[in-house]
Design a protein around this ligand. Sequence first.
Ligand code: ADP
Length: 897
Amino acid sequence: MTSFNLLVGVCLGYVALLFLVAFLADRVAAQGRGRWLRTPLIYTLSLSIYCTAWTFYGAVGYAVRSGLEYVTIYLGPTIVMIGWWWGLRKLVRVARSQRVTSIADLLSSRYGKSNTLAVGVTILAVIGITPYIALQLQSITLSFATFAEADSASDWPEISSGIWVAIGLALFAILFGTRNLDANERHHGIITAVALEAVVKLVALLAVGIFVVWGIAGGVGDTMARIDASPLGEWSVEPGRWSAIMFLAAAAFVCLPRMFQVLVVEIDNERHLRTAGWAFPLYVLLMSLFVVPIAAIGLDLLPEGTDPDLFVLTLPLSQGQENLAMLSFLGGFSSATSMVIVASMALATMLSNHIVMPLWLSRRGGAAAGSGDLRHIVLRARRLAIIAVLALGYAYYRLSGGGAGLAAIGLVSFAGVAQMVPPLVGGLYWRGATRIGALAGLLVGSLLWLYTLFLPQFVGFMPESIVAAGPFGIAWLRPHALFGITGLDPMTHAVVWSMALNTLVFVGVSLLTVPAPLERLQGAQFVNVFEHSSGLRGWTGYVAQSEDLLVMAQRILGAEDARALFRREAEAQGVRGQLPEPTPDFLERLERHLAGLVGAAAAHAMIGQIVGGTSVSVEDLLAVADESAQILEYSSQLEAKSAELSRTARQLRQANAMLTRLSEQKDAFLGQVSHELRTPMTSIRAFSEILRDTDDLTPEENTRYAAIIHDEALRLTRLLDDLLDLNVLESGKVSLNLKDGNLAQVLDRALSSALAGADRELVVRRDPGAEDVALHTDLDRLAQVFINLVTNALKYCNAEAPELRIRVSRNGPDLAVDFIDNGRGLGPEAQAMVFEKFYRVSGEKAGGAGLGLAICREIMQRLGGDITYLADEGGGAFRVSLPLAPGLADEAGSTVS
Ligand code: ADP
């Protein structure tokens, strides 16, 4: 019989070995020789902390209770590793590019660096994981107790021994988990020790299995027969429960803080995922291979009432195989310790980063941030947090009395952390996911989990009566049958409700809320991480001169910034002087810094040239060219856009100015019209009132007043006619009546019409030879223009003997007809304005409203010609020009001199 003291001695020796391994690994890594510590194999083995004491001991107990269902616990991670490796790769890439330290950090970073979210996730994790840690403490003390029972000589205080275990683990985690701060400087010591423990527990379980199958049962055939004969042969598959547990195991594999730590934070190179993709499923396959045989043979051989959770230990003991039992004990011990160490370290990082430090900083104000001892504060906070986590675990263990079945506690934990799946997966693939959505979903899911699973599970947290009849006797609020849904086992029930509502609320609230700019930015960086980050090409193994790096960095960052960066790095490394050691981590950080300015590919190529490890490859150059081309194209697109914008703006300005001008003209025009209308109206009213109200008017007066009213009415009619005419012409609604004719005839007609009844003598001088020009135009409209010009000469020529000369000539392709009188003509200002509506030369007594020449211009423009004033002709002089019809131009040319 192994003496109990020997067991304690072996145990202490094993722990000492772990310390040594961790210590050596840390030292080797610190000296920069740690490359072999970072192989895919070690990464795969470190993932084995998924298999805790719960799986080492508990799987057999699970199989005894529920048959093959325990396989689901292993299938979950296998599915993730094989079926979601692309998702894992994305997760690792995101975590590396965002320098994430924990799952709380990842979610907070995705949703706009929200600390509220991180606090929520941390609290959820602590609530969910504490019982799990208690479970590990329990399994260690239980296995000690098993040996103690066998060795009647010792007096083993079962429960209180837990405190020593907890203290030992805390010490280990503090020593190797809080050596340094940077997320990039990983925990080489712990990971190496964990890998060693992974080997120990696998070897132990395989050894027990082989012993059971070939040592006790006598071969595979015999074992199979015994399995068939045992109650294990009668297990049945429950698809609902199986899928629920498989989902939980898959979710926990990614979201458990300790799993996230080894899977995502500690990974050295994302290529390791490729090896782990097949190697880790193989590992869990081996771990699960002998579970059923051990369970069946244990049931067969061991006395009734033996705890099946400890068959792995009690079976070899019962056969007198002390050494095998010792190995098995060390396997269980390894499973428990590696889990507790990594879990407490991961939880401590979350607690210190998201709860302790923010509180401490807000109490100290911003001042502490500037001082240099912040690193010490953070490390101290982490150490305290590790102690707190283990103390909580121990307290829970003491309070719960270590009773509940091992398997149940594990699944409850899994269901808790599974609440992080919707915001995690949503955050990786859906840019529309928002912080409020994630918070709301997480809150609803966690509350449901607490209510339907966590609280009812643990004795003392929730009175029996609530579980049985619902709070206040409300049956549809029973934790295991929400809304009257019965028939599901409590686990499936809780998973379905919490996950469904969590997802629903997350998606719904995300759709209803608008992400803040930072969330939007982070969302884009997460969802499109492969476009934003270059591959993780590490710089391990290359040599570089810091001076050369500084020279290059100065060129790109500017002298001052570069020197400041190098000084900071040197300080962080604890190196004296201005130049940091060119460690791989420093090179990586420098690259990221440069990448912000010159693009990732260019930065990588530049550093590659200096460290000499790589010559610039064609691929690198192409990548650089590609990036520059993209930038160039983008900037030329921007330029084109801005040119287009200013063009549009100019056009808009012009349109606006024109509209303003038109609007002003319209106002002026309306003002003029009403003024012109009012003048004759006023005299018509005045004289008609005189005629109506005065009885003693002489007949002459009567006639005179009536004549005035008649004249004014005529003037009004004329004015209205003119306005209507102008309106028709301006609106373009005029229809031209094109006819063939002769200029002389049109002039004849116009002159006789204008001069008939004239009260003045006007001598008209013409040139009949030149007037014989064939026309094809609207002859009536042309005559109207001529009449107007002749009438104006009659009205406005102030010469003693008024005279009008009509001159016909050819002006290029046009025919020009000039009307020149011998009056005083128009001054320069009037020349510019005379064709505007309502323009009259001031002081002019005779005449109309000033519309005549405006109408003339409109008509001539409709006819394709123009009317202009001729200065320097000695009197009033207007030129009417008219294009000669193409067929008539030659003819005109021959007749016009
Ligand atoms: P209306 O229809 O009132 O005659 P017009 O547009 O024909 O107005 O003429 C505008 C102004 O131009 C007249 O008020 C007049 O002062 C001036 N004007 C026109 N023709 C002559 C001319 N041959 N000699 C001098 N002034 C003229």
